[in-house]
Design a protein around this ligand. Structure first.
Ligand code: ACO
Length: 191
């Protein structure tokens, strides 16, 4: 995924945390408005993620990020591409009001932090980048993987959650969200 601009200037940090403001650093004098370039990067990532998951349309775009209270974590590798950096992938999270079924099949109204989209560039998958990004988000949000809900997770993502966080036993739901067995325990402990 190549872009005709300097990704290291656009995204000064290895992981950038983007929200509806679409800003990742300070605007440098004399440079074009970074928002437009950031929007281009997000739109391309959203399209690549949708393609990888065989979705009919992207669930991530700059316009959607601007319209919602989501956080998008964008990972770059500043050393690659002759030092001009590559965008490795992204993870998008946000809180959603959900009606979930607990282990006894009772409806529970919740508003957990949800993983909404997650994508690592095909050639860079299985190199630990996804784990780096996910761990960054967990620290930033001060949350444990078992306390989160997962929107229509792919087979690769389910394998990822099992391997890295030992999340195996999901509690059956009637919507597209997946939660794991500890989800309801950690909720009742917090109440
Ligand atoms: N096939 C099966 N499992 C995979 C694959 C794959 N091609 N790629 C990664 N995984 C899982 C495995 O558990 C793997 O461990 P293993 O190699 O020992 O089997 C583990 O992830 C590797 O961990 P990382 O290297 O940290 O993960 P990666 O950088 O590949 O990121 C991700 C994981 C984001 C799921 C990536 O594979 C990807 O972008 N896949 C395509 C898009 C996708 O399915 N995104 C999830 C959408 S669902 C949602 O967002 C709610």
């Amino acid at each position: 995924m190549d872009f005709p601009f300097d990704l290291n200037a656009l995204f000064p940090e290895r992981v950038s945390v983007l929200d509806s403001n679409l800003t990742a650093g300070r605007k440098a004098p004399g440079r074009p408005d970074p928002q437009i370039q950031i929007a281009t990067v997000i739109d391309e990532l959203g399209k690549a993620s949708a393609k990888a998951q065989q979705l009919p349309a992207p669930i991530t775009s700059a316009a959607k990020l601007q319209a919602n209270r989501h956080h998008l974590y964008l990972l770059k590798d500043g050393e690659q591409n002759g030092g001009s950096a590559v965008v490795v992938g992204f993870l998008k999270v946000g809180c959603k009001k959900l009606f979930l079924l607990d282990q006894q099949g009772a409806h529970v109204e919740t508003e957990p932090l949800c993983v909404l989209d997650f994508y690592i560039k095909e050639t860079l998958q299985r190199h630990g980048y996804g784990l780096e990004l996910f761990n960054f988000m967990l620290k930033h949000k001060q949350v444990e993987p078992g306390q989160m809900a997962y929107d229509r997770p792919s087979a690769k993502f389910l394998s990822f959650l099992d391997k890295h966080y030992d999340l195996k036993n999901s509690v059956p739901q009637v919507n597209n969200f997946v939660v794991f067995s500890g989800f309801f325990k950690s909720r009742s402990a917090a109440q």
